[in-house]
Every structure is written in C-alpha cells, then in structure tokens.
Design a protein around this ligand. Structure first.
Ligand SMILES: [Zn+2]
Length: 346
C-alpha cells in the first residue's frame, strides 16, 4: 500500500457559503477521497447504513436506560456525512469525529495505517502481543480499563528509565485498548493489542503484565506474543478501534455464528462510555517522522455537486435524484440491522 497524505486534512471537509441567486460556492479543505474508487464508495455507504441504524438504537437505549448525556453525541454521529459534496473528482464531507462512529473510525484507521506502516516495516522483527485480564461485569469496566492503562504506562516508563541509565532496552511500539462483550456471561474483556519492535520487548511485556497483575486476574497462557510477518495486517488488527459492532451470541461457537450475530446496543454503549477520556490508540518509545506531505489549504470551489443521505435508499442522492454509490445492502445485513438488535442486555 502506498502511503498517502495523512492527518485530519486527508479527510477533506467543506463549508458552503451564503448563496445568492444561482451562484454557489463552497470552501473545501484537505484532499478529499477519490470519487472514482467505487469499492471505497460502496464501503462508505455500507458504514453509513450500519452507523445510522446503530445510532438510532443507541439513542433509543439512552432514553430507556437513563444515559441522556450520551444522546447528543449519538445524534451527531447519526448526522455524520449526511451531506457531502463532490468537486473535481473528490468527495468532501463533514465529520462528527466520535469514537463510536464507524465512518470516522474507518478514516482514522486508514490514517494510522498510512502513518505507522512505513515505521513498523523498518523494525527487524515486529511482534504482536495480546495482553488480557479476567472479564468483568459492566460496573467494573471503567475502573479496570483505567487500571490497565496505567499499568501499561508504568511498564513502559520503567524500561524507559532503565534504558536511560544504560541498562537494557526501552520498549517501543503501538498499542490499542479494546473490549468485547460476552452475552452469555454478560461480561466485558478489556485487553490490549500491541505491536513491539522485537521479541525481547514482547517477552518483557508479557512477563511484566503477568507479574504485576493481582493473583487470578491474568492467565499466563492467555497472554500471547507472535512474530508478525504481515505488517499491514497486524496494524489493522491493532486499530480495530474499541469494539466489534456485531457479536456472536455464543462466543465459543464463532464458526457456527455466521449470520447469527447480534448488535448488543446497551453493551456497546457501555464500552464507549467506559473508554471516554482514555487513549484507545497510542504509540510508545518512538516518534513518527515529520510528515513530508504538505496539507492542502482551504480553497473555494464553485463547480460542485451536493449530495444528501437518504437512509431509505441506502445512498446519497443529488437534486436530480441520482445515486452516488449505487450501493445495495445484502439481505443478511438488512436482517441483522432490523432483527438482530438487542438494546437491553449488558
Ligand atoms: Zn463520524
């Protein structure tokens, strides 16, 4: 994959100006995304459909279970990229930038991959490490997430200081905090996915993680360290961003769960709430090289098209009634979104 310009500027945003008569004008910023990339466009449509339908359930859940403080954020995400414009073969949108937004997360993932892949590709033997802890009920989730984030920070800090004193190597890598929901046990499993630069770092992490945890909270065998051979795939694994949207009802029978997944809205909402203010993705022990690509400055366009999202048509529509992506969801996705939504279980 060829690195492309990155940072928030790669998203491509716009603002329309007051219009008089037939003159119209918009200010665009950033590079936008390629209108000719049909696959990416269909992916965007699919994410928009999933996101919008999830947000309606999230708002519903907020009202039912008394977490109104999240309601506004969910509505913002519902409206994310409701309107987009196309100009000079590129797409520009308005982004909600929320963590629970599948559209914005997809952008963030692409951005992280572009920025970190060149660095990680230069590491001699990258290792993928999974650090887990015993699953907990909802009421303990936030505490545990805060604790393990602090624990991880301390491990990195200890080795950084030792390294400064000339004793051993520091730890260097990227990590993400994630949690999935187990509907059978009604528990959450906060865990880290980490890529470090070599085996020694991976072994240190696993050893420290196990030794520092309270007895019974971590199982040695559940802490994994594996050599990475496909850097891009490993990074994608790390930047899944937070949680899965569709969960197998029986986590032990993943293989048989095709088409049986459920969207556990209340549980997802709990995970997002627990992660509030915590860094989901982080790097440690190294800095990224300065971006060589200059961000595109704001500029005015007069020749552009307006598109509005129409959920009933699963697509963005212009004033002539034309569709932008021509995306049609599969029957199984529609069924999942319509029938496999649980707003109660947590
Ligand atoms: Zn968004």
């Amino acid at each position: 994959m060829k690195p492309t310009p990155h940072g928030p500027s790669c998203l491509g945003s716009f603002n329309t100006l007051a219009q008089s008569g037939t003159d119209k004008m918009a200010i665009i910023q950033g590079n936008g995304s390629d209108l000719a990339n049909a696959k990416a466009l269909q992916g965007r449509s699919k994410r928009k459909l999933i996101s919008q339908s999830l947000m309606l359930s999230m708002v519903d859940s907020c009202m039912k279970y008394g977490t109104p403080e999240m309601k506004k954020a969910y509505w913002n995400t519902y409206h994310c990229q409701n309107r987009i414009i196309t100009a000079n073969g590129r797409i520009y949108g308005k982004y909600c930038k929320n963590r629970h937004c599948t559209l914005c997360c997809a952008n963030r993932k692409a951005d992280i991959i572009n920025r970190y892949l060149p660095v990680i590709s230069q590491w001699p033997e990258p290792y993928f490490v999974t650090l887990t802890i015993k699953a907990v009920p909802h009421r303990r989730l936030r505490d545990v997430m805060q604790n393990i984030t602090e624990e991880f920070r301390q491990i990195v800090e200890t080795y950084r200081k030792r390294h400064q004193r000339g004793k051993g190597q520091k730890l260097m890598g990227i990590r993400s905090l994630e949690s999935n929901f187990n509907p059978q046990r009604r528990t959450y499993n906060p865990h880290f996915h980490v890529i470090v630069a070599n085996k020694e770092m991976a072994d240190i992490l696993v050893k420290e993680w196990f030794e520092r945890s309270n007895p019974g909270w971590t199982y040695r065998k559940a802490q994994k360290a594996e050599r990475v051979y496909d850097n891009q795939r490993a990074i994608i694994e790390v930047v899944k961003y937070g949680s899965k949207i569709f969960t197998e009802p029986d986590v032990n029978k993943k293989a048989q769960a095709k088409g049986k997944e459920v969207m556990y809205v209340k549980a997802l909402s709990n995970i997002f709430a627990a992660m509030k203010g915590l860094r989901i993705f982080d790097r440690f022990g190294f800095n990224l090289p300065k971006a060589e690509v200059k961000r595109q400055d704001a500029r005015v366009v007069t020749d552009y098209q307006d598109w509005h999202y129409d959920m009933a048509k699963y697509d963005w529509i212009n004033d002539k009634g034309e569709r932008l992506s021509d995306y049609t969801p599969g029957a199984s996705l529609l069924w999942l979104l319509g029938e496999r939504v649980d707003v109660q279980l947590e």
